[in-house]
Structure formats: C-alpha cells, structure tokens
Design a protein around this ligand. Sequence first.
Ligand code: URA
Length: 425
Amino acid sequence: MRAVDLIQKKRDGQELTSSEIEWLVEGYVSGTVPDYQMSAFAMAVYFKGMTTREISDLTMKMVKTGQEFDLSAIDGVKVDKHSTGGVGDKVTLILAPLVASFGVPVAKMSGRGLGHTGGTIDKLESIKGYQVERSQEDFIHQVQDIGVSVIGQSDQLVKADKLLYALRDVTATVDTIPLIASSVMSKKIAAGADAILLDVTVGEGAFMKTVDEARELAQTMVELGKAVGRKTVAVITDMSQPLGRAIGNRLEILEALEILQGQGRQDITHFICELAQIMLDLENVNKTVEEVRQHLENGKALAKFEEMVQAQGGDLEDLYRPVNVAHVVEIPAQETGVISALPAMEFGLYAMRLGAGRAVKSDALDYETGIVFEKKVGDSVQKGEIVAKVYTNGKISPQLVTDFQKYVKINDRVQSLREIIEIIS
Ligand code: URA
C-alpha cells in the first residue's frame, strides 16, 4: 500500500477498507507515514468525511496503538468524563472530586490545551509538584485508595492520538466529526472506564458551531461507546461565552477552589452539579442537584480534591497561592447596559497571546497569566465599571485594553443562555 493512494481515495470521497485504515494508522505511529502525508489525509477527511464504519475502524485501530488500561481491580462502575473542548473549562477539576465524594470511583485521563481551548492537565501542572504521568499500577492504586485520580495521557496510551492531535492543531483539521470522535473515544476506550460522560460543547468557542453538528458528534460517540459495551451519555453544552469567571491555568485552579468551597458563581456551580448528577446516575446513585450541591457546601468535594492533589505529589500550600504576575490590568465597560456577548473563541485566543495557551505545540506556557471576568453575559454594567481583569507578564499598552473591549458586547437586553442544551443517551 502507498499513503498517497489512500489520501487520493479519501480526497475523491471513497470509503477506505479496514485494512487500509489499519495500515495508515500503524504507518503513522511507526514513522513510515510522515507528518505531511497524515496532514493531507486529515484534510481529505475534513472535506469528505468518513462513514460510521470507517470512524469505528479508525477508533479501534487507534486504541491498539497503545496500552489499554484494565481497571477491573477497582470495585464498582468506574466513571470517566471528557469534554470536546472549551474556554475556561475547569469542569473536571470540580466534577471529578465531587462525584468521588459520593463514593463513585473516578478514573480520568485528561488532555492538554489545543488552540484557543485549555486543557485540564496544563491546569493541574500549574500546581507545584502535581504529577500527571502515572503508571497504570499507580493510577489504579490511587483510585482504589481515595476514589479519584486525574492523570495525563501518557505515551503508552493511544500513541496515534498523541501524534495526530498535535498535527491537527497546526493544520486546521481539528474541527471535523470523524477525527474528534475517534480521538475522544479511542482515549476513553483505552482508559478502561465502564461508564463515560461526554460533554459536547457547542457555540462560538467550541469546535462544533451548531447544535445539529454537536448532536451528530454526540450520537457518533455514544454509538462508538455502546458498541464496545461502555455505558455512554453525552450532554450538549453551551460554549458561546467562556465557562465561569477565569481563563488561564493557575487562575482556573483558583476558581475551581472557589466553586469547591461553595462560593463560585451560581451558573457554573449549578451546571457542574447537574453534570455530577448525570455521572452518579450512570452508577445508579440517584441524587438531586441540591443533594449534590451539599458536597460543595459541606467541604466533602474540596477534601477529596486536596486528597487527590496530595496523592499525586502536589503541594497544598502552593495550591492556595495567589497568582504571581507583573501586572493586573482592569478593563472598564465602555457603556451602560447588559452584557450581551463575550465571544469565547476571541477571549480564548486573547488568553493564549498572554501565554496561557499554545499557538504551536512547542510553545511553553505561562501558568500565571489569563483573564478573570467580573461580569458575564446577562449581567448589568455601568459605564466605567470593571468588566474583567487581565493578568499579564508582558508589556502593558492601551491596546491591551482596547483589544479586550472590542469583544465585549453591551446591549439593552439579552437572550438567556441554557448551559445544558440536550442530553443524548
Ligand atoms: N478533544 C479531544 O480529545 N480530541 C479532539 O479531537 C478534540 C477535542
């Protein structure tokens, strides 16, 4: 077989056979299919799509390019969760310990930031000492001991995704259903959990821009999960504005702590409690949203988070340390009214330019920088009132403020947003 023939076949809209997909994936991982051919293939998929059978073959071949975790040593139904990417998305940091605080084991592998979206692993690495790479043995022991672990995708897990994810990031081929579905589900299947909650984001800051696209992605992934015997539920969630108040690694850890102490914004707190309720339901633990929220207010979820940080080598003193930046710049509102839009993508890119995200895969992160919103969509604001604060280690200039202000839309009224748009199971 030759890669060029498979690229051409896909370019011309034809269906690849199972053995052709296997050859391509194996060739890419072993290095005989170079990056430039895999990028051309990804672009062909972007334009021509894949059939359900091709997506399923691609996913299962990707699973085979690494170690498959066997979590059977842990009692009970192990639950996992994955988001298709967002801006200010610190949900896992709260959801994992919250669910675990009800005695449901959470064994979670997370990713790094991609383009304008952040990654849970980068956020956790902003805590001094926190180890994201763990052996299968350590991962299992920790879930057995304390009921929760959040680790990074190691080299041994779905090697094909590790390579392809980074390649897609720099070749404009991330936002395509076959490649997102196979990327997410290969990791979830290899990671070994019995039940999976998929958070499929939609809107300006997400890879899926319309609810129809998000629904198609959600259904594709739910089918892939069910085909291999995993209980899989997807929720379609709004990502038209950043989630919560903070964007930026360290700043999001601090916001997560606020929420874990029951002191977060109502909207994000309620949203996370709803997700926790669905995850608990996957293990037939039936709780109301109010009962879930009590674990934020009584400190049980926070205690679980601290336990996890410590178990993974993180320094608890450093966890509560405020951010350390050269400048905090206040952004005043330019008029009086109601905040009607805060485009998530634009603010994700703005935070990336501050150093909170990577433009290319080799970029180093500045964990301390980012944005904290004082106002969100639907909040009233007076001219001159502070809408947000920018945390930066770079040069400050009037443009830093005007660039920010041009994305803040203020109106006299606003359509209300629902966080969970649809549930697909
Ligand atoms: N999240 C993933 O894990 N993979 C993608 O392709 C997009 C979002």
